[in-house]
Design a protein around this ligand. Structure first.
Ligand code: 5CA
Length: 443
């Protein structure tokens, strides 16, 4: 992508209402634009990151055996009357009436809709276990939307729903999501610690939040430092190996980790002092086992092997996809700007023409652009006739993993300058050597 043809409205300063660094950087890097409070347009650069996160979440959900579908944003109020949550949900729910007077709502979550789909089509234990998910916009009329996309009113969530014949198999479904989340967040370049959590309005008796530690996090969290060193299951993990699933959860739940609502000071103080972490965190995922909470009132029943009928046992599993864009920045930035983990970066390489008025320099840059694109890299090519200082500052701000600067001086010596954004380390190399190095880095 040529920057001269792109829409990248970067700014030097962030507006005063942006109080946390991720919000400031997202505005300065031209990733989002606020409509009303907590409602954003995703500008081209921000949209690319959002899509990259969505894709990793999708791949890891699929790997764990979940199946993607798509439910609408607008839901029938009647389903929520059946579950009993229509009145219980309160002013956070945006209620809408259509032209014929029917009550609709903009979904804050989808337990009711998915249970309705389930009961329409699934009648037998033979069709279970089943885990269905989607990535869809939600609306919650939060009292205090803040921190940019981290607490929005409209936000993108991945929500998965598991259906099982009994509690024992539902707990396996829960463990699958637990293990899968560890891999997902690891691929997104962040460490998310599973912590015992309060199920809140979703309900249930077993619940974990996945927390990224960050000073600007909204929740107070307490955990054992040892948890940070437990390796993730890895992409080769066998999700059908029940013993391995239980072990992955046990490896972590053996250590103390809880959010404020579930905090037990005595248990926390029992951890060796040098391992006690009392910090703040960002909740990027939340999983729940709630048994028959929805299947009972909504009569989602299936035939058992014995020939009787039973209510299904359910769980739901959320990831804050749009919140993660902010969360990843909170965990990965420096004084110059964002430092994207390669897996979610909006482009792989930022190519800078340091003297666009110089024909030879422009020819060399055009050639580098072509060769990088042909080799499969997504390149943002700053081809504008502007001063190098501003170009470097923009590239540092938007945080692409690699920067490639080409100017007349280097070209005389047959070299270009390659910089790794994360470390600031630079090298003078031939274009061939750059391509070799980047290709090697990719595998
Ligand atoms: N139905 C369940 C799980 S699918 C559910 O709604 N869980 S939740 O309420 O915990 O939300 C799931 C995830 O969405 C949270 O972990 C968080 O990462 C994200 N989220 C929740 N509220 C917001 C918000 N206002 N802005 C951005 N992300 C949010």
């Amino acid at each position: 992508m040529r920057l001269s043809r792109y829409l990248l409205p970067v700014t030097k300063e962030a507006p005063a209402e942006a109080t946390v660094i991720s919000h400031q950087l997202m505005l300065r890097a031209g990733m989002i634009r606020q409509g009303s409070a907590g409602i954003y347009s995703w500008l081209p650069l921000g949209f690319k990151v959002l899509k990259n996160i969505e894709q990793i979440v999708r791949e890891e959900m699929n790997r764990a055996g979940a199946i993607e579908l798509l439910m609408p944003t607008l839901q029938q109020a009647d389903l929520w009357r059946e579950s009993g949550r229509y009145d219980a949900y309160g002013p956070e729910m945006l209620r809408i009436e259509d032209r014929s007077g029917r009550d609709l709502l903009y979904g804050p979550t989808n337990e009711e809709v998915i249970t309705d789909i389930f009961r329409a089509y699934v009648k037998s234990y033979k069709q279970l276990p089943l885990n269905l998910y989607h990535q869809q916009w939600k609306f919650r009329d939060e009292t205090r939307p803040r921190f940019g996309v981290m607490r929005g009113r409209e936000f993108l969530m991945k929500d998965a729903y598991s259906f099982d014949v009994d509690e024992a198999s539902a707990r396996i479904a829960y463990q699958k999501m637990f293990a899968s989340y560890l891999n997902t967040f690891n691929r997104l370049g962040v460490t998310a610690i599973p912590m015992q959590a309060d199920p809140g309005p979703i309900g249930g008796d077993l619940s974990h939040e996945f927390i990224i530690l960050a000073e600007t996090g909204e929740s107070a969290v307490f955990c054992d430092k040892a948890l940070m060193d437990v390796p993730v299951p890895g992409v080769g993990f066998d999700f059908e190996d029940h013993a391995a699933l239980a072990a992955e959860m046990e490896k972590r739940t053996q250590y103390y980790a809880a959010t404020e609502e579930k905090h037990d000071e005595a248990a926390f103080k029992a951890i060796p002092e040098d391992r006690q972490i009392a910090a703040r965190g960002i909740e990027v995922g939340h999983i729940f086992y709630f048994g028959t909470k929805y299947s009972k009132p909504m009569k989602a029943e299936i035939q058992t092997a014995e020939g009787g009928l039973t209510e299904i046992h359910g769980g739901s599993y959320g990831i804050g996809v749009s919140r993660l864009v902010g969360g990843i920045i909170e965990a990965s930035h420096d004084e110059k700007g964002i430092v994207w983990p390669a897996s979610v970066a909006p482009f792989d390489v930022g190519l800078m023409n340091l003297r666009a008025s110089d024909e030879a320099c422009t020819t060399a840059c055009d050639e580098a652009y072509q060769r990088l694109e042909n080799a499969g890299f997504d390149v943002l090519y700053d081809d504008r006739d502007e001063r190098p200082g501003g170009k470097f500052a923009t590239m540092d701000l938007i945080g692409l993993p690699w920067q490639l600067a080409i100017g007349p001086r280097g070209l005389k010596a047959g070299t270009v300058e390659l910089k790794r954004r994360a470390t600031g380390e630079t090298e003078e190399l031939s274009l061939d050597a750059v391509l070799n190095k980047l290709t090697g880095d990719q595998v």
